[in-house]
Write a protein that binds this ligand. Structure first.
Ligand SMILES: NC(=O)c1ccc[n+]([C@@H]2O[C@H](COP(=O)([O-])OP(=O)(O)OC[C@H]3O[C@@H](n4cnc5c(N)ncnc54)[C@H](OP(=O)(O)O)[C@@H]3O)[C@@H](O)[C@H]2O)c1
Length: 357
């Protein structure tokens, strides 16, 4: 499938103000430690990722955890054991009325992202919304009237942008330029196919490499999309392959799968390679380079996320520090994490899914 300059993204870009495209460029942050008031943050959706967000918010100097919202009381009970004393609600509207939160992290199931984000934005609060923005483009674009032109009231939880190796790679690309080829590999355990039937590695895993690539090409729109799936005997997608190409620019290839066996690292492995003119670079951010052996080998730190109460570290801590600076107006939402960036990625996903079918 090939899209010329007037490809599918052309239409949506036309309806989105140009100011969105100027927003989020990297600028030096002018953080004044003396007058930075910790941002009062609430978290809604307390599953695996919501728990990590809540623990990280509670541990950072830049933030204060002031509310937890779940659908079920049991989800609140499970977390309040780890985070005693934080006010809790099972009703978002009530939480919005009663809590002190200036900003919210939305980490509930993807199907609830848009209605939950809409309620918070309508209440005038700032949102960090977990990826992906929605299950489909129409739902994602329905938020547009509520988003400020510079996206300063909505940042996407594009966490890989805050991984240390990726940040260095991005700087190298900016310094050296002229990319010829980007190759991204993101393999996750084969057990996911059994545990989460219907979860497509294109949407759940490859999305990270797509927004990371969007940053490396500075939001340029590809002119060629192609993709393929491999399916299990039961018809579940366990491998997504994709290729993007830019006219007079790079070619990029992506593999995202649920194929790694139980003996491998718990979150599989990730690799990103970039080739330029006279240079190339490779990052392998997952698993982190600590290996441990007893009766067998293990990788105790798959992703760069540590929620140590004495000081969270890693990419989630950096993402949430950045979010706090955005809430305080100290920096724009970074390239790759604005609402328009997320819409562009949703277009890429829709194109690739159509190609793979
Ligand atoms: N950035 C990343 O790398 C990354 C990684 C993993 C996940 N994610 C994203 O983060 C989100 C959560 O993923 P997860 O793995 O944490 O999922 P999960 O473990 O299934 O947790 C989802 C939670 O959302 C809650 N929930 C659903 N609808 C809700 C609503 N309307 N109000 C309040 N709570 C609601 C559920 O609550 P109950 O338990 O009460 O039913 C459940 O605890 C997903 O969108 C996912 O794509 C991002």
């Amino acid at each position: 499938m090939t899209n010329g300059p007037k490809g599918p993204f052309h239409v949506s870009r036309a309806i989105i103000p140009e100011t969105f495209w100027r927003a989020g460029r990297r600028q030096p942050t002018t953080m004044n430690k003396q007058n930075f008031q910790p941002v009062k943050i609430g978290v809604i959706g307390l599953g695996r990722f919501g728990r990590l967000h809540a623990l990280t918010v509670a541990g950072l100097a830049e933030s204060e955890l002031v509310g937890l919202v779940a659908r079920r009381q049991e989800s609140l009970n499970a977390l309040t054991f780890e985070l005693p004393g934080v006010p809790t609600w099972t009703n978002l509207e009530q939480a919005l009325r009663e809590s002190e939160a200036e900003a919210w992290i939305v980490a509930c199931t993807t199907a609830s992202h848009v209605p939950v984000a809409r309620a918070i934005l309508e209440a005038g609060k700032t949102v960090l919304l977990e990826k992906p923005i929605a299950d489909n483009l129409a739902e994602a674009t329905s938020l547009l009237p509520l988003i400020r032109p510079d996206s300063s009231n909505l940042m996407l939880g594009h966490i890989v942008l805050f991984n240390s190796e990726f940040q260095q790679l991005r700087d190298e690309v900016q310094r050296r330029g002229s990319i010829a080829y980007i190759d991204c590999v993101r393999h996750r355990p084969a057990s996911i196919v059994e545990k989460f039937p219907g979860e497509n590695p294109l949407h759940a895993a490859m999305v990270h490499d797509l927004y990371a690539t969007q940053v490396l090409v500075n939001r340029a729109e590809p002119t060629h999309f192609s993709a393929q799936y491999h399916r299990t005997g039961r018809g579940e997608v366990d491998l997504a392959l994709a290729q993007l190409q830019w006219d007079h620019g790079p070619v990029a290839s992506f593999a995202a799968s649920y194929l790694t066996p139980a003996g491998m690292a718990p979150r599989g492995f990730d690799r990103m390679e970039v080739f330029g003119e006279g240079w190339s670079a490779r990052i392998t951010p997952n698993p982190r380079p600590i290996e441990l052996w007893d009766t067998q080998a293990s990788w105790p730190l798959p992703l760069e996320i540590r929620t140590d109460p004495s000081g969270p570290t890693g990419m989630m801590a950096e993402e949430l520090r950045c979010f706090c600076r955005v809430v305080r107006g100290r920096q724009p939402v970074p390239v790759g994490a604005t609402y328009t960036d997320a819409i562009q990625i949703q277009h890429w996903l829709d194109n690739l899914a159509a190609c793979a079918k």
